[in-house]
Design a protein around this ligand. Structure first.
Ligand code: SAM
Length: 349
């Protein structure tokens, strides 16, 4: 099934020949993650509150504005772009953004456009994503048990997500599964999830729950350190450390019995800031130079102030000059408040 996709007005072509963006610690910024909406059809217990209040439409960048911001980064050396949310595929006419961005892959200015999704809309969009040059996607899936899935997502339909994963693989997308490790919730499903994902030719990445946003639950009760998980997995499988990097913070092992890759994203047990090459843009055009810090720069005002990109480019340059060395997430009883007030659905996971 295809969506009606209205084309965007093409923004000025990227000019990747100018100097790349380099932060004060010599890290080249080559990866942006862009949240295209704060809305989501799920309310995952560790991500959102049940009664989330979403942003008014006027605050959210239009698809044309999102294209302009992304293109401005591509012009300054961004090689990889991940579209995220909220749930990116619930945004109306979102395929027009993928279509517009695919021109940068066509010119060789961008290596890839990827997507992080909860999978609920993939049956509708998988083929179109492939048509617009997307080659691999991340699908978030914390459990394969129907009732538990509904409890974690507060409203998701597991069968629909599974059908979405089938459709994505059928369309030729490489799928990686992201699973947030939740103490007492899905701990026992990690071993079966490895076997299932690898059995279908999909990598699996485990993620530690991060202290972002007020969610009406005690984060300490959800937090499961991945070094403990890894030790448990190693009782079932032989794990071999890999040098492989997907351009993100995950560290990978090969599971010898399945031949598949298993990633660990451990912002809490291991800080991965020294190799950070990314920044994040929210759907309102706020640029966060670090997922784990509050400092941010407003790109929407310069975007809306002029039809050309001079102000926007200057704002981006000034922001990167302020990228911090790293974050300092802590989860323990003495830190009951979220480390950061904004939700992952705002910054984009
Ligand atoms: N809706 C899309 C999805 O489900 O993948 C994209 C946005 S979602 C915020 C991106 C990822 O962030 C998901 O894998 C989700 O599980 C993860 N996530 C959300 N809140 C988190 C938290 N507090 N700690 C760790 N991961 C989180």
């Amino acid at each position: 099934m295809n969506s009606p996709c209205t084309d965007l007005e093409p923004a000025a072509p990227a000019r990747a020949r100018v100097a790349p963006l380099v932060d004060p610690f010599g890290r080249k910024i080559s990866y942006i993650r862009v949240s295209v909406t704060d809305r989501c059809d799920f309310r995952c217990i560790y991500c959102m509150a049940e009664d989330m209040v979403f942003l008014p439409k006027r605050d959210v960048l239009t698809l044309e504005e999102l294209d302009r911001v992304c293109s401005a980064f591509v012009a300054r050396g961004t090689r990889k772009l991940r579209i995220t949310g909220g749930e990116p595929l619930v945004r109306r006419n979102i395929m027009s953004l993928f279509k517009a961005l695919s021109r940068h892959v066509g010119t060789g200015d961008l290596d890839e456009v990827t997507l992080t999704t909860n999978g609920s809309q993939l049956e509708t969009y998988a083929e179109e994503l492939v048509r617009y040059g997307v080659r691999r996607i991340n699908v978030s899936l914390d459990t394969r048990e129907r009732d538990k899935f509904r409890a974690i997502t507060r409203r998701g339909d597991l069968d629909r997500v599974m059908a979405g994963i089938d459709a994505a693989q059928k369309a030729g997308l490489r799928v990686k599964i992201n699973m947030v490790a939740l103490k007492g919730v899905n701990e026992r499903e990690i071993i079966p999830m490895i076997a299932w994902a690898h059995g279908r030719g999909m990598d699996l990445t485990l993620i530690e729950v991060m202290p972002l946003g007020a969610i009406n639950a005690e984060r300490i009760d959800q937090y499961l350190p991945l070094d403990k998980v890894r030790a448990e997995i190693a009782r079932h499988f032989r794990l071999r450390d890999l040098d492989y990097r997907s351009g993100g913070p995950a560290r990978y092992v090969e599971v010898e019995e399945t031949g598949g890759r298993l990633g660990f994203i451990t912002p809490l047990t291991h800080n991965f800031c020294e190799s950070c090459n990314r920044v994040r843009i929210t759907c309102t055009g706020t640029l966060y130079m670090c997922l784990g810090q509050e400092d941010c720069v407003d790109l929407r005002t310069p975007l809306r102030a002029a039809a050309n990109d001079e102000l926007l480019e200057a704002a981006i340059e000034a922001a990167i000059a302020r990228k911090p060395k790293g974050h300092d997430f802590v989860i323990d009883r003495a830190h009951a408040e979220p480390a950061l007030k904004r939700h992952m659905s705002v910054t984009g996971g």
